[in-house]
Ligand binder design. Structure first.
Ligand SMILES: Nc1nc2c(ncn2[C@@H]2O[C@H](COP(=O)(O)OP(=O)(O)OP(=O)(O)O)[C@@H](O)[C@H]2O)c(=O)[nH]1
Length: 308
């Protein structure tokens, strides 16, 4: 079985900051012999510049340096978003508990006292590199999970759940700060079943993606846009007066009905528009937009309907 220590973490770059040339050379050689790439810096400022210019994978840091000391260097690196996650191991002749505590409170992951054993330094370096790599991988996976949980897989826009959560936030803020209302536009592709029936589900999917693009192009950055369900989409337009929201819906209607979407031909959509009232629940607002959408469908489709 391979243990975490045995897995090679080669090709990682390690920055050593130490003012004693013999330490720089000895440590550097030990690490190079273990196939790490090594950068050596003899002062705090040079170490800082080196780390900021090209962040290494790990830093071995002496405490006593001729200019800024290791603690301050560590503090500065931990405050910078580009370097804050780099594992820092202090390597110092100071063997006082207070110095060790200060090192860990600066954000160091480990502390090695001089004179050091090569095997120990290598073991500590390897484990912190592995740990850091796992951590980054976990963060990436969490971001991906977050993306999957909040977006619609076909169109890449927000899904219903995340739309509702953002919209609740807008609603609460509008109420709290007595801001003007916001508009909700609910739109539904007309006779979409026919497109699926005539051209197949894959073409239906392509139409949904193209529709999404046309709508997205007509929106502002502050507008929320989500897939509400099958062929139904929802838009929240913050701090927009009633005429503005109706005008936006009309522009989107024209953009959708404009150019044909091959091979399905002309695709149209019906729109329901409602403006929030102070204290109104989000569900009730969306229900009003849904009534308006139903009216638009009943009145012949490919139109915008507004309800008071
Ligand atoms: N291709 C594809 N079709 C979907 C998707 N989600 C829902 N649909 C289809 O969308 C169609 C919706 O049909 P209906 O609710 O009858 O509405 P419509 O045909 O658009 O008619 P109106 O809304 O009355 O104009 C159904 O055939 C669903 O199978 C999807 O993700 N991809």
């Amino acid at each position: 079985m391979t243990t975490i220590l045995e897995e090679p973490t080669t090709a990682a770059t390690i920055l050593i900051v130490d003012d004693a040339p013999e330490n720089l050379n000895l440590l550097g050689r030990i690490l190079e012999d273990a196939d790490y790439r090594v950068r050596r810096q003899p002062t705090g400022h040079m170490g800082l510049t080196s780390a900021l210019t090209a962040p290494p994978d790990l830093i071995l840091l002496d405490i006593r340096l001729p200019d800024i000391d290791g603690f301050e260097l560590c503090d500065r690196l931990k405050q910078n978003s580009d370097t804050k996650d780099i594992p820092i191991i202090f390597i110092s002749a100071l063997n006082d508990a207070g110095d060790k505590v200060r090192a860990f409170s600066s954000g160091a992951v480990d502390y090695v006292t001089k004179p050091f054993q090569a095997e120990e330094v290598l073991a500590r370096v390897a484990i912190h590199l592995r740990h850091n790599a796992f951590q980054r991988q976990l963060e990436m996976q969490n971001r991906e999970l977050e993306r999957l949980a909040t977006t619609d897989p076909l169109t890449g826009i927000l899904n219903r759940r995340s739309f509702t959560s953002y919209a609740e936030h807008y609603r609460a803020r509008a109420d709290r700060y007595h801001q003007s209302g916001f508009g909700v536009i609910l739109l539904d592709i007309d006779k979409f079943k026919r497109i699926n029936d005539a051209f197949g589900h894959d073409i239906g999917d392509r139409v949904l993606v193209e529709m999404t693009e046309r709508i997205r192009c007509g929106l502002r950055e502050v507008d929320l846009f989500a897939r509400w369900g099958g062929e139904e989409f929802i838009i929240l337009s913050p701090e927009t007066p009633q005429e503005g929201v109706i005008h936006l819906a009309e522009r989107l209607r024209q953009a959708i009905a404009g150019d044909e979407i091959a091979p399905a031909g002309q695709v149209t959509a019906s729109f329901g528009v409602a403006i929030s009232r102070r204290g109104e629940k989000l569900d009730d607002l969306i229900r009003r937009a849904d009534f308006a959408l139903l009216d638009a469908k009943t009145a012949g489709r490919n139109r915008v309907q507004y309800v008071e």
